[in-house]
Design a protein around this ligand. Structure first.
Ligand code: UDP
Length: 428
């Protein structure tokens, strides 16, 4: 039986949500292993929910012996760590979903916790929610974060396609959940068109950015802080895996240096995602070596989220050559700091970056095209400054409070519908 922990649930909360985040934890260090946008999303949305009087219990796995049994994220939000599968990749983790569901169920029974809704993140947690739903909460909302079918449509050379199992599970979730949250209109179309979801249950709610943390810092202060000189600087931020296309940025750097910018450098922030057998970081070092720019690419490792504004503010441009991206959080953060973005035109980046307004979008994985667009920004600091200003304005349309508000509206409507059905049944 799971241990009942100390922090007591707040019974006066306006809504109580069981958040399932089996794959990764909102408290995990970002930019390595599987820890990226999903973690930021869960952490920020649950913090904003807490401010609105909505309580969340976030269920995640114990991943290290140092993980506590329970941790407070915000006054009305706590993270509950339960044992289920350690050091397994996401496909092996699938086998652990019944065990994780069982642990959550035991924990909730022992703690006397009850919920209005389950909110599951990523296909693994969706499977857990599907198992838990009959007993844990009357309503269920799911967000995919990424979709296997979409990822498989545009793969980097050498990248492993997502297996049929994941796609089948995603299809099942698309049919079963009461609400499907999509981050972009394109993602909602994929849920309906490719997975057969009922359009009446799919809602677009854009993620946000923390505008108090992500704001411009003076360029010289930012550069001093991160220890770089005055020369032109490109930046990549993210987990290192093939789909992020960092090799395209390295090859663009090589072309630009060759074309007369010998002092141009690229900072690569983030660590191996361990998504394949090979280390992506080692592979990228080899690419840099092969193109003669190993000495101009700094692999900085993962950097704490709150330190990133210095990097975005110091850089001349943030490069995002992703093969697929369901939502370009990094692009939004860069723009919030006034840094123009040169990225691929995939839907997640297109939803936050305006081509030729806040940066450049490129519909090909061609390093020469990246080099040409980056060159435009390096040659014309006024253009870069204007794009940075417009990016900052555009980013102000996004906030986690807005995301949480809109989610709360959706969740309330499904919870109310359920209540009406229950009352109707009692009156029959
Ligand atoms: N990130 C970070 N430190 C790093 C690398 C990444 O804090 O060293 C954060 C980054 O700021 C962003 C998230 O991790 O908020 C990555 O999100 P994104 O949606 O861009 O990529 P994903 O990991 O979801 O593919």
């Amino acid at each position: 039986m799971a241990e009942v922990t100390e922090l007591s649930p707040d019974r006066s909360a306006r809504m109580r949500i069981a958040v399932v985040s089996m794959h990764t934890s909102p408290t995990a260090p970002l930019g390595q292993s599987a820890n990226g946008g999903l973690n930021v999303y869960v952490r920020e949305v649950c913090t904003a929910f807490s401010d609105m009087g909505i309580a969340t219990d976030i269920f995640t796995r114990i991943q290290s012996p140092d993980d506590p049994a329970e941790e407070s994220l915000a006054p009305l939000s706590r993270v509950i760590y339960l044992p289920a599968g350690r050091d397994l990749d996401k496909y092996d983790l699938y086998r652990e979903t019944p065990q994780f569901a069982q642990r959550i169920s035991e924990w909730a029974a022992a703690a006397g916790a009850s919920y209005d809704l389950i909110y599951s993140h990523y296909w693994l947690s969706g499977e857990v929610a599907c198992l838990l739903r009959p007993e844990l909460a009357p309503s269920w909302a799911h967000i995919a974060h990424t979709l296997g079918l979409v990822k498989n449509r545009r793969l980097a050379t050498g990248a492993q396609p997502e297996p049929a199992l994941r796609i089948a599970v995603e299809g099942e979730l698309a049919h079963q959940a009461d609400l499907l949250i999509a981050s972009t209109a394109d993602e909602s179309r994929e849920l309906v068109g490719a997975y057969g979801a009922d359009p009446a249950r799919v809602f677009v709610v854009a993620p946000g950015v923390d505008l108090t943390t992500f704001r411009p810092v003076g360029r010289s202060e930012a550069r001093r802080k991160i220890g770089v000189g005055d020369g032109p600087l490109l930046l990549f931020v993210g987990r290192l895996e093939r789909l992020k296309g960092v090799d395209i940025a390295i090859r663009a750097l090589a072309e630009l240096r060759e074309a007369g910018r010998p002092d141009l450098r690229l900072l690569v922030l983030g660590e191996d995602s361990h998504d394949g057998n090979e280390s992506e970081k080692d592979r990228l070092k080899q690419v840099a070596h092969a193109f003669g720019v190993r000495g101009s690419v700094d692999f900085v490792g993962s950097v704490a989220h709150h330190e990133l504004p210095y990097f975005y503010s110091a850089a001349d441009c943030c490069v995002m050559p992703s093969y697929s991206e369901s939502f370009g959080l990094v692009g939004l953060e860069a723009q919030a700091c006034g840094c123009p973005v040169v990225g691929s035109g995939v839907s997640g980046i297109r939803s936050v970056v305006r081509d030729e307004v806040t940066g450049f979008l490129i519909d090909a994985d061609n390093p020469s095209v990246y080099a040409q667009r980056i060159g435009l920004l390096l040659d014309d600091p006024e253009l870069a400054r204007q794009m940075g200003l417009r990016g900052r304005l555009l980013a102000q349309r996004f906030s986690w409070n807005r995301t949480a508000d809109r989610l709360a509206e959706m969740f309330s409507s499904v919870v109310d519908t359920h209540d009406r059905v229950q009352i109707g049944m009692r009156h029959e």
